[in-house]
Design a protein around this ligand. Structure first.
Ligand code: SF4
Length: 71
């Protein structure tokens, strides 16, 4: 799973942070830090966090080519 937060859109409301605290984190008052390649076990949390964002700043790619099983 790939995750990008559009920091131009992000208003630092931090609604998303408690929903996926292992992936999203506030640094200081307004800066959001995030794991761009969260583990699949975080999928449900990340989806909830993305849905909670009032400005749709969290963009997810759920099945990027690099994560696909090529066997
Ligand atoms: S909920 Fe949206 S606007 Fe708020 S910190 Fe998270 S990404 Fe940024």
């Amino acid at each position: 799973m790939r995750l990008v937060v559009d920091l131009n859109k992000c208003q630092g409301y931090a609604q998303c942070v408690p929903l996926a605290p292992e992936v999203l984190e506030m640094v200081g008052e307004e800066a959001l830090a995030y794991d761009p390649n969260p583990d699949d076990s975080q999928r449900q949390r990340v989806l909830r966090a993305a849905a909670s964002c009032p400005v749709q700043a969290i963009v997810l790619e759920l099945d990027p080519p690099a994560d696909r099983d090529t066997r």
